[in-house]
Ligand binder design. Structure first.
Ligand SMILES: CC(C)(COP(=O)(O)OP(=O)(O)OC[C@H]1O[C@@H](n2cnc3c(N)ncnc32)[C@H](O)[C@@H]1OP(=O)(O)O)[C@@H](O)C(=O)NCCC(=O)NCCS
Length: 165
């Protein structure tokens, strides 16, 4: 799989494959109209991860507004999970945010979604709050997670002992 992987801008032609993954991934999947609306918004970024024969194996949707990037949706085809493809999509989002000089990447995730929370933690996100009963379909709480790009970019700039600080 590795040598075939590439990330492309999502198009209308990808929607059949994206919706198939979406329906296998969520109890309350986005309908086609929601993806179509995201494809139209100038502030929304929709990308697909392609594997062998350019087949869609995952996707990510995020908004870039002012100094914040907000993750709305990410999923990987259940047939190819646990191969670090989700991490590839999250790292792509973080790299996009850093390149566009965003200060934060934020997201909400269901409290019960331990796979996604572990993925985000592995990519440097930390939990910063809870939105009670955020998900209308089952009143589940959302965990708010944040990647602070400002603080990571300072890591190399801390004064050393030899500077006298
Ligand atoms: C969450 C999701 C995108 C992860 O995709 P994936 O390609 O299987 O994840 P990766 O292989 O990149 O995993 C990266 C890291 O995340 C963590 N992780 C991923 N899946 C995990 C699981 N089921 N249980 C525990 N940790 C998990 C691990 O730390 C893993 O690193 P490791 O394999 O070195 O231990 C995938 O499970 C999915 O599509 N879920 C349904 C949709 C969803 O919930 N999206 C998030 C909405 S907020």
């Amino acid at each position: 799989m590795g040598q075939h992987l590439r990330i492309d801008v999502m198009t209308e032609d990808d929607l059949g494959s994206v919706l198939a993954i979406e329906r296998q991934s969520f109890d309350d999947p986005w309908p086609a109209e929601v993806f179509r609306a995201e494809l139209r918004h100038s502030w929304s970024h929709c990308h697909v991860l392609r594997g062998e024969a350019a087949a869609v194996v995952g996707y990510v949707v995020f908004w870039a507004v002012a100094d914040e990037v907000h993750l709305l949706n990410v999923a990987v085809d259940p047939k190819v999970r646990h191969q670090h493809l989700g991490r590839k999509l999250v790292d792509y989002l973080s790299a996009f945010a850093a390149e566009h000089e965003a200060r934060f990447v934020t997201l909400e995730v269901r409290r019960s979604n331990t796979a996604a929370i572990a993925l985000y933690e592995s990519a440097g996100f930390r939990s910063v709050g809870v939105r009670p009963r955020y998900y209308a379909n089952n009143d589940e709480d959302a965990v708010v997670m944040l990647l602070d790009l400002g603080s990571t970019s300072q890591v190399g700039k801390l004064p050393g002992r030899e500077s006298g600080a």
